[in-house]
Design a protein around this ligand. Structure first.
Ligand SMILES: [Zn+2]
Length: 401
């Protein structure tokens, strides 16, 4: 464990805190939102554009990169930062989540998980040790251990077994990471992932076990997998109860604007989610009043910026009518501009949070934001997620085996 996390201010009325996470590629101010660059690119954007929205750290996916272009090629390119021309810190997942959600053929054994590539059907394996070797090969700054996921719809017994295996795998990961650290001048960080399914007492217990291991921070995993928002926050509270206050806490895969406020109130520091850029590519843009679809007919003649208060590249340079036209015409520029706007919105939120925590004003700002922001109906969100999963599964089914 290293002394890489400094808490600078604590909100008096909630668990929200402002901190600096010192990575080997520079400091990250938290609370922070991390855009997802699945295949070493935040879809449609250059690294420079991502930086200009206010991003300080991004996420890349171990699974996708190990299949294509492969860790050898990324190492040969000088690491992922050099490959994609991003010089800030990069956090990588272990690949486990994608193996469990994308790969139709997989076998979990105590040694690791065997699966077939969804591109060409190649047989591959991920073990706690190889997940660290891959992330080391990419030159990741914050690495995740291989964990086993059990879905929301699996039995309690299966959820417990997966969480227990996650701890055993974490012990192997920590041991292997130690040997990697000894041969590296400035090693990256390793987080532990607290799982525990959907039983509050078991979740707290698993968080405590994770916290007793030699890691630099903690991820809270296995959430936002089909449960309701109320269940998500109940499980988050249970995990947080078992984690030390003075270490960074990262809530994996959660990142709608309203969730950010709720989770930061509870003491979460880091987030990643594909949601802001994924919905942007369909024309759904964030505003302080909620999500708005720029393809709606009412924007046809709006020769003003989409959001007068927004300082993003899209709002500063183009009218809503122009972006509306780009979407209607199927121009690729539409997706890029919309992604820029939504990422900027996420960073505007975390910047406002950090300032408010320093000013002792966080809770008032949170209540103000949540009162004004119209949430998308939970049923609608579930339906959208379902539609997206189906279309992805269809694509995967068409992929060669
Ligand atoms: Zn904007």
């Amino acid at each position: 464990m290293s002394d890489n996390f400094q808490i600078r201010a604590q909100d008096p009325d909630s668990e929200a805190r402002r901190a600096t996470l010192h990575t080997r590629r520079g400091p990250v101010e938290t609370p922070v939102f991390m855009p997802v660059g699945t295949q070493a690119a935040v879809k449609t954007m250059t690294a420079d554009e991502v930086r200009q929205t206010g991003s300080s750290i991004i996420l890349a996916n171990t699974y996708h990169l190990m299949l294509r272009p492969g860790v050898e090629l990324i190492s040969e390119a000088g690491g992922i930062h050099q490959f994609m021309n991003w010089n800030g810190p990069i956090l990588t997942d272990s690949g486990g989540f994608q193996v469990f959600s994308l790969s139709s053929i997989r076998k979990v054994r105590e040694t690791g998980v065997e699966f077939r590539s969804h591109h060409d059907g190649r047989k591959m394996e991920l073990t706690p040790e190889s997940a660290i070797d891959l992330q080391t090969g990419y030159q990741s700054d914050i690495m995740m251990p291989l964990d086993e996921l059990a879905g929301f719809d699996t039995s309690r017994q299966a959820q417990r077994a997966a969480a227990e295996r996650t701890i055993r795998w974490l012990d192997r990961t920590v041991a292997h990471f130690q040997s990697v650290k000894e041969s590296t001048l400035t090693p990256g960080m390793l987080f532990g992932i607290a799982q525990g399914g959907f039983d509050t007492a078991f979740r707290s217990e698993q968080a405590k076990l994770t916290a007793s291991r030699d890691v630099d921070g903690f991820s809270i995993g296995g959430l936002s997998v089909g449960e309701t928002k109320a269940e998500l926050f109940e499980m988050l509270d249970a995990s947080l109860a078992g984690l030390p206050v003075q270490r960074p806490r990262y809530l994996m895969g959660v990142g709608s604007p309203e969730d950010l406020w709720e989770a930061v109130s509870r003491g979460v520091d880091m987030f990643d989610c594909v949601h802001p850029t994924r919905i942007a590519r369909r024309g759904a843009l964030f505003t302080r009043d909620g999500r708005v679809n720029i393809t709606a007919a009412r924007f046809r003649r709006v020769f003003e910026p989409f959001d007068e208060q927004c300082d993003c590249y899209m709002c500063q340079n183009f009218s809503a009518a122009y972006v509306h036209h780009l979407f209607r015409a199927g121009e690729m520029l539409a997706q890029r501009l919309a992604s820029i706007h939504n990422l900027r919105f996420m960073h505007w939120i975390t910047e406002s949070m950090r300032q408010a925590i320093s000013d002792g004003d966080f809770s008032r700002l949170r209540d103000e934001f949540l009162a004004r922001y119209t949430r998308v109906d939970e049923r609608v969100t579930q339906e959208q997620r379902e539609r997206w999963r189906n279309s992805r599964d269809q694509k995967l089914r068409r992929a060669p085996r």
